[in-house]
Design a protein around this ligand. Structure first.
Ligand SMILES: Cc1ncc(COP(=O)(O)O)c(C=O)c1O
Length: 390
């Protein structure tokens, strides 16, 4: 009997999905396990998609995405980061951030190659490396004081002749850690010195609580890198515009990689859906008014959750600077999946188990605080009571 290829069988399941699959079969769960709000996409974006359908955006587009959307993305990088990106050659629209990650990793690794992945991290990066028949070496970010830091010595020590790629995510899912400019420069220098690709997952760049005005992005690595650097930026419309279900993202990369990405897109999804691309242009054009309010709300949620967690027994939690997650460590938890499952079954609160996020993640849980307070407040109360009971 033909069997599923062993290289595919060996790809690990997402332990976030595993927990979510159990939760989705239950009623009345307070869902804080996925990286999304309970609020839907804003109306001005939904209306734009309806308009686009009516206007005939129902046909195939270019593999790299609509030229008008790529121009709008380039314009937003010019405005927000002061960098000039060529919309015709350096941007590829993808059917989600995950797909951008997938194509970026696929184009940098051959079977048997190695990638260095900073963890704890959203598991998809390491799993896509495995899907490419390559190996991910996880390099945990140690907590130094109340801040996570990159262990550059561990990065240096992990380089082998097969290393081709470094993957990091800032603002981080699940840590909320934000790379400093010095971190970014050192990562870039490290990649240049060893001749590696540097993949920066910046999908949470607008969810930034570090000074500035709300909505001001975390500085992109593209401000430091030249367009000839071997740098790939992964982006998404999911987080800043609450468009998770739409599956729309993009990558920005050195011209040769971007062109290849557009070409192989033909054999993956060909291109992202036409009318969603058109709606994304509206998100970029009109979203700036809405973003500051959303960020302020998220910051208030973060502070509410931090205060509640700090009053709970066994919990230590650093203050995150970006994204919309808290990653508290819970003393005595050595199997975070079993802990989350019991919490779910006994209290109907759904959290993501820390073990899902690779090296350095076990013993913690991830809470997404993008939900409304009517969900967050009872969830925190139930978690606190659960911990008090031991
Ligand atoms: C770090 C990170 N990168 C990329 C993505 C991809 O987002 P999407 O595929 O919804 O665009 C996510 C989603 O949770 C994420 O957390």
């Amino acid at each position: 009997m033909p069997r599923v290829a062993p290289s595919a069988v060996g790809v690990p399941v997402s332990r976030i999905r595993e927990l979510a699959d159990i939760a989705m079969r239950m009623d009345g769960v307070l869902r804080l396990y996925f990286g999304e709000s309970n609020l839907p996409t804003p109306d001005y974006i939904k209306d734009a998609a309806v308009r686009a359908l009516r206007d005939g955006y129902t046909f195939y587009t270019e593999n790299a995405g609509l030229p008008s959307l790529r121009r709008a993305i380039a314009e937003s990088y010019r405005r927000l980061h002061g960098v000039a990106i060529d919309p015709a050659g350096e941007i590829v629209v993808t059917a989600s951030g995950v797909q951008a990650l997938n194509v970026g990793i696929r184009l940098t690794l051959d079977p048997g190659d190695e990638a260095l992945v900073l963890t704890p991290a959203w598991p998809n990066g390491a799993s896509i490396v495995a899907l490419s028949n390559a190996m991910a070496r996880e390099i945990p970010l140690p907590l130094s004081g109340s801040r996570y830091a990159i262990d550059f010595d561990a990065l240096e020590a992990a380089v082998t002749p097969r290393t081709r790629l470094v993957v990091y995510n800032s603002p981080s899912n699940p840590l909320g850690w934000v790379a400093t400019q010095d971190d970014q420069q050192r990562l870039l220098d490290f990649a240049r010195r060893h001749g590696l690709w540097l993949l920066a997952d910046e999908v949470y760049d607008r969810l930034n609580y570090l000074g500035g005005r709300p909505g001001e992005p975390v500085p992109s690595i593209l401000r430091l890198a030249s367009r000839d650097d071997a740098v790939i930026v992964v982006q998404s419309f999911s987080k800043a515009y609450r468009m998770t279900g739409w599956r729309l993202g993009y990558l920005i990369a050195r011209r040769d990689l971007a062109q290849k990405a557009a070409q192989i897109n033909e054999f993956i999804v060909s291109h992202a859906a036409s009318f969603t691309q058109k709606a994304a242009e509206t998100a970029l054009a009109e979203g700036e008014e809405e973003l500051p309010g959303m960020i302020q709300g998220l910051r208030q949620n973060r502070d509410l959750c931090l205060a509640a967690l700090r009053g709970m027994p066994r919990v230590t939690v650093p203050e995150p600077d970006g994204a919309f997650y808290l990653f508290p460590r819970i003393a005595g938890v050595s199997d975070s999946f079993a802990f989350c499952r019991r919490l779910l079954e006994e209290t109907r609160v759904g959290l993501a188990p820390g073990v899902a996020f690779g090296a350095g993640g076990e013993g913690s849980v991830r809470i997404c605080y993008a939900a409304e307070r009517a969900i967050l407040e009872p969830a925190l109360e139930r978690l606190g009571n659960f911990l008090k009971q031991g």
